[in-house]
Design a protein around this ligand. Structure first.
Ligand SMILES: Cc1ncc(COP(=O)(O)O)c(C=O)c1O
Length: 454
């Protein structure tokens, strides 16, 4: 167990049950596991059981837990200046903005800091609407953009349903997803071309002059690690240029190493107008997010007030942790490591699992951002559990997750998928240990297989 635990497991559990209101949960139906400590790619419960984290918590602990240099940088900043309002200039904030602008492609040279991802999306939408003077936003099905009013309105998954009716002016589209193509495509090229044509058709009938932004996750995260096919992101860029629409790449999950690049868009060499980030920018050691803003959009607000702000925009503690994290990434070659893990270890390893386990319908991903799509039948592609399943319907997935946890692996599961999203700093050896556990746990999924080739 880790050094400095301040309460017993029983106290933690009792106070949690009595007083903590948890996200996305029926409060009476959950039993959150008390965690005593964490280090590197593992966290440890009060019984001393260690879990190899194949989820990076909420796909945010990209640098791993308790990185000593990052902890030291936060301590140093805390001793120097813990807080100052956004209206002042501050060295930690300026340095974080300079570094992030330096990493972002093209002329994305200014950063508006927020506390996390949803606020980044809110402000990206506001920037796009005010810059264009237009109102509508095109947002994808199978997406997640955050839980505040505007961010949930542009979210394309069931987490939005309970918040409806919500902000008007959201036009939804299907993004590319060849395995379950909305376009009857057979190849990635067809999927890309047809998804773009679908978007063009929607824009035509909605009226291009009414559309402020096309919003997309560069690589769709929680909704399936959907890697865009060749030409898709460039096609979006071209459509935006043609119609004066702002391209917003939501990189809250895809950014800062997850794709084996600083930003996911780097993989395709495409420059959006706005990039939202959070999570991996400082691995959540202190809450931080933001929007990186292109020069023309920033200039819109040179003489005109930007009508948005947050008490903690550019918080020194958070910004100092971003500076330290970016420098550690550079010093330790973490981007290159993440890319190599994907190419040499995770991708090939998951490919082998797919050969052994009929329930693995598809393997997809890049960097440290992978998904196994689990099915009952490879030919019909019937998902292992129904869309948005819960309770008894979701049991094959909960049993699979329980089998992972019993063996010391913390998985990230969503619907009929398990994602492989460890910290970018996880060693090849640790990844192999995790893949060996997945190999055993996938027997649970196989036991539900009904295909003729079972
Ligand atoms: C792509 C994407 N955008 C936005 C968000 C919202 O971020 P936050 O939970 O930090 O508000 C998330 C969170 O998972 C995300 O994955």
């Amino acid at each position: 167990m880790g050094g400095d635990v301040r309460a017993t497991e029983e106290q933690v559990r009792a106070d949690d049950r009595a007083h903590v209101f948890h996200s996305w949960s029926a409060q009476g139906l959950i039993d959150p596991l008390p965690i005593a400590s964490a280090e590197g790619s593992h966290f440890t419960d009060y019984s001393g059981k260690r879990y190899l984290d194949f989820s990076s918590q909420l796909v945010n602990v990209n640098i791993g837990y308790q990185h000593p240099k990052l902890v030291a940088a936060i301590q140093e900043q805390a001793a120097r200046l813990t807080t100052i309002a956004p209206g002042f200039a501050n060295d930690a904030r300026s340095e974080a903005a300079r570094l992030i602008a330096g990493l972002a492609p093209g002329d994305l040279d200014k950063v508006f800091f927020t506390n996390a991802g949803a606020e980044a999306v809110e402000n990206a939408l506001r920037l796009a609407r005010l810059h264009t003077g237009r109102h509508k936003v095109m947002a994808a099905y199978r997406s997640y953009h955050g839980a505040t009013a505007g961010a949930i309105a542009v979210t394309g998954d069931p987490r939005r349903w309970a918040s409806e009716p919500s902000t008007p002016g959201v036009v939804r589209y299907w993004g590319p997803y060849l395995y379950r193509s909305a376009f009857h495509a057979q190849t990635q090229e067809e999927e890309s071309a047809r998804a773009l044509q679908h978007l063009r058709d929607l824009i035509m009938v909605e009226g291009p002059s009414t559309i402020a932004a096309i919003l997309l996750e560069t690589v769709v995260g929680t909704n399936g690690v959907l890697v865009p096919p060749p030409g898709y992101l460039q096609g979006i860029r071209d459509i935006c240029d043609e119609h004066g629409i702002v391209m917003i790449a939501d990189e809250v999950m895809a950014g800062f190493g997850r794709c084996g690049e600083w930003f996911g868009v780097d993989h395709w060499g495409v420059t959006p107008d706005l990039i939202t980030f959070a999570k991996g920018v400082n691995s959540g050691y202190v809450p931080l997010g933001g929007v990186v803003i292109s020069a023309p959009i920033a200039q819109t607000f040179d003489q005109r007030v930007y009508p948005g702000g947050l008490t903690y925009s550019g918080h020194p503690l958070a910004c100092a942790s971003a500076v330290a994290s970016i420098n550690i990434f550079k010093e330790e070659g973490i981007i290159e490591h993440a890319r190599a893990l994907g190419d040499d270890v995770i991708g090939p390893g998951l490919g082998e699992l797919a050969e052994r386990h009929p329930s693995v319908g598809e393997v997809r991903g890049l960097g440290v951002f992978w998904a196994l799509e689990l099915v009952r039948d490879r030919h019909t592609r019937e998902p292992l559990v129904p869309f948005n399943a819960s309770g008894a319907d979701a049991k094959p997935m909960t049993d699979f997750a329980a089998a992972c946890k019993a063996r010391g692996l913390w998985p990230f599961t969503h619907f009929n998928r398990t994602h492989v999203v460890p910290p970018c700093t996880t060693t090849a050896e640790e990844v192999r240990e995790g893949l060996a556990i997945l190999d055993e746990a996938l027997d649970v999924a196989d036991s539900h297989y009904t295909g003729a080739d079972a």
